[in-house]
Design a protein around this ligand. Structure first.
Ligand code: BGC
Length: 764
């Protein structure tokens, strides 16, 4: 039997994945919707049905290799079901009016956009949001994004991106929540809740789109759009859970990924889109492709021409074609020639119409094109305050020697670096609805907070990079970065540094250096900026590095020589205010990394939850036949879960309610955490488990729970976690989600490396 035949059987066997009566595809709980849509579809021609599955891009943003043409004419002809990259109530109303009053049946359009980390008010990039370990705030950011997007005419966002990745060379790591499937699932659920709220038809909610289904973060060599090759066990355990969690949270749509899976591109992968997603997970929404992904089946070499590409994707389970317009051009003929089953178009069309119905568009097609809301809602003071709060909580303190931070409000500082005065970079990439003009640069935030208390000397210090080819590429992608004389820049920076008490170097990546099609083979701070840091270090002044970047960076030199390092990601509209507050102690940093920072590129992929192996390294580098490098340690520079605070925390011993956990029982794990420093601070207390002996190799640690708490100086609190046998289940070689009795360890600590441990047995 071939793999493709065995696979569905395996998955059907799995208890967790099996269908239940409630989630059986097609089981709708809304007979009114069903009869409305059946009646409407009864009036539709085949061409009009095919029109519903066509998604075109036109308007204010260009997010792929080409834009759609003759859109207005196509809308009138009933050849368009949805539009993306057009927003504002006026622009949306104009196109919606064409659909409603000029097309034969007046079916409303969906309006989509990549609202990824905020719409007008921009929040930290998703990797930064994830570092907050605060699901309420993450949900709130998505809620605000939905309020703003829906006020600007949108009803569908291409978010959340829930792709797990363990490769920071991949630029899109900044769009997701990092390397852990369990944690990524919690973020995915929070985002879906935030966007969709309780009622999709409400004027202030938008439909979510889970992307990129599936495994896009497994791109080989970290190069965007490259192939993905992984075992079924690995994908099921480490990559699929967040997509599934988002489906279970009720997301209305799913986007296919650009990669192949088991040799079949996602957009033509029937196992993925129909058997797994619909039949086993019970997904009832619709599946849209990624940008021109139908047509890309041809260069993939699985479709010989456009007709073949149209057939393969429709048969696989695609319901909407993004920009290729191959479905709209070819499916009709393929049906006429009896090559494609017309039932497939009916199903795809029905799913798209159902989404429109659930969004309330048949009741009021202009529901989201309310000009008054468009004026009142975006960028309100409350939203900006929320953006500031979330930004401060996303920042991760990586180093703080001799308590140099928080800084004192006195004397003078040298604020140096190519990112110090930038408003465009702080809002990061995928911030199309945001405006640099609304954002606060670090310099502006510092000046506002410090007034006359501190003298600020500024200097750019270096170009983002002196690599002119890279600069050219970044500029071509809309970065607009200047290139100035490096010697002159350095001279100015040294002059500023020498007359200041402390140097604050704002360095890292420009916004275009991470995101789509922004893979890097060196993930350090660009050489131009590293040279600047080295020269600044030689002045002997205390050196605080304020990092801006969208991925884990290699920071060995920086970690050795800087006095402090604050990771701020691309922190959004309020970045400058938030960074100033954190640097001056108005907020105590509490973010923790959700992606491991390697020491060097050669360690990649590096992640905390790697498997047990037969020759683990035991700490003796002369023990030759152990899994180790000759030239670098196995340990990352900063592990998963890592992040410091201005205060310190100490952990007491773990107390277990029992040394045994029975089949239907639960186990309590308690630990006392105390604030032993002099600032009030928040700590993310993390709990990991390890299955010591199992029928398949298990990770050395797996995150299973966490609690974020705030403690004042001297305060201690006892925290209790509860584990049940369910938390200890895993996928075996048959992909069954099972429990096996035996010995386990539980670890609790401040990050995935620094933990207390205790043992217990799972018994039947
Ligand atoms: C990206 C998607 C995005 C789409 C629409 C694609 O290039 O991969 O993440 O949603 O464009 O802008």
């Amino acid at each position: 039997m071939k793999l493709k035949h065995i696979l569905p059987i395996f998955l059907m066997l799995s208890g967790l994945l099996a269908c239940t009566p409630e989630n059986t595809p097609g089981s709708h709980s809304d007979p009114e919707m069903d009869s409305f849509i059946a009646e409407l579809m009864g009036k539709m021609t085949l061409e009009e049905k095919i029109g519903q599955i066509n998604l075109v891009s036109v308007g204010f943003d260009v997010t792929g290799p080409r834009v759609s043409e003759d859109v207005e004419e196509k809308i009138v002809n009933g050849q368009v079901g949805a539009v993306f990259n057009t927003y504002t109530p006026v622009a949306v109303r104009k196109l919606q009016e064409l659909a409603i009053s000029k097309s034969r049946l007046g079916i409303p359009l969906l309006f989509a956009f990549d609202v990824v980390h905020g719409h007008r008010t921009i929040f930290p990039v998703p990797l930064g949001l994830a570092a907050s370990w605060d699901m309420e705030l993450i949900e709130k950011s998505a809620r605000i994004a939905a309020e703003e997007a829906s006020a600007e005419g949108l009803n569908w966002t291409f978010s959340p991106m829930v792709d797990i990745t363990r490769d920071p060379r991949w630029g899109r790591i900044c769009e997701g929540s990092g390397e852990d499937a369990w944690y990524g699932s919690r973020v995915a659920e929070a985002m879906v809740r935030g966007y969709q709220g309780e009622d999709l038809a409400a004027q202030n909610t938008v439909m979510a789109c889970i992307k990129h289904f599936a495994l896009y973060g497994g791109a080989m060599s970290g190069r965007d759009y490259s192939t993905v090759d992984m075992s079924l066990l690995k994908m099921t355990e480490d990559y699929m859970p967040p997509y599934k969690a988002a489906v279970e949270a009720g997301a209305g749509s799913v986007m296919t990924s650009f990669n192949d899976i088991n040799g079949v591109p996602a957009t033509a992968n029937r196992w993925l889109l129909t058997e797994l997603l619909r039949e086993q997970w019970g997904f009832e929404g619709f599946v849209v492709t990624d940008y021109t992904a139908v047509e890309e089946l041809i260069p993939f070499g699985v479709a010989k021409d456009v007709r073949d590409a149209a057939r393969l994707s429709l048969e696989a389970g695609v319901d909407m074609d993004m920009v290729s317009e191959i479905m709209v051009d070819h499916i009709g003929v393929l049906i006429e020639e009896q090559i494609v089953d017309p039932q497939l178009v009916d199903e795809a069309c029905r799913r798209v119409l159902e989404a429109k119905y659930k969004l309330g568009l048949f009741e009021d097609p202009y529901r989201y094109a309310d000009e008054q809301r468009g004026r009142d809602i975006p960028l309100s003071k409350d939203y900006r305050n929320a953006a500031m709060e979330i930004a401060t909580r996303s920042m991760v303190l990586l180093k703080n020697e001799n308590e140099i931070l928080p800084l004192k409000r006195e004397g003078s500082i040298a604020l140096i670096g190519p990112l110090a005065s930038s408003r465009r970079d702080v809002i990061g990439n995928w911030s199309g609805g945001g405006r640099a003009a609304d954002a606060v640069s670090v310099e502006e935030g510092m000046r506002k907070l410090l007034g006359k208390d501190v003298v600020i000397h500024t200097a750019k210090g270096a170009n983002i990079t002196n690599d002119t080819l890279l600069l050219y590429k970044l500029n071509a992608h809309g970065g607009r970065l200047d290139y100035l004389d490096p010697a002159k820049l350095l001279k100015e920076a040294l002059r500023a540094a020498r007359k200041s008490d402390v140097i604050l170097a704002v360095v890292g990546e420009s916004q275009g250096m991470s995101g789509e099609s922004a893979s890097r083979s060196h993930i350090g701070i660009p050489q131009s900026q590293l040279d600047l840091l080295k020269a600044l270090k030689k002045t002997g002044k205390p050196l605080v590095i304020v990092l801006m970047n969208g991925r884990p960076l290699t920071l060995e030199w920086e970690n050795e020589h800087a006095d402090a390092i604050l990771e701020t990601w691309f922190a959004g509209t309020e970045a400058g205010n938030a960074i100033a507050r954190v640097l001056y102690g108005e907020s105590n940093p509490s973010g923790k990394l959700t992606a491991t920072f390697p020491r060097n590129i050669g360690q990649i992929p590096i992640f905390y939850n790697h498997k047990n192996i037969g020759r683990p390294y035991g700490g003796d580098m002369l023990d030759k036949f152990k899994s180790q490098y000759l030239d670098v340690s196995n340990e990352p520079l900063f592990p998963f879960g890592f992040g410091l605070s201005y205060t310190t925390f100490s952990y007491g011993e773990l107390q277990l309610s029992s040394t045994e956990l029975g089949k239907s029982g639960s186990l309590s794990i308690s630990v006392e955490v105390s604030n032993t420093g002099s600032y009030t601070g928040e700590e993310v207390v993390q709990l990991y488990v390890q299955d010591l002996v199992a029928s398949v190799t298990r990770p050395v640690k797996e995150l299973k729970a966490y609690q974020k708490i705030s403690l004042s100086p001297g305060e201690a609190r006892e925290l209790t976690f509860t584990l049940s046998p369910d938390d200890l289940r895993f996928y075996n070689t048959q992909l069954e989600y099972i429990s096996e009795p035996g010995a386990f360890k539980v670890y609790v600590g401040t990050n995935s490396r620094d933990v207390q441990e205790a043992g217990f047995e799972l018994v039947w």
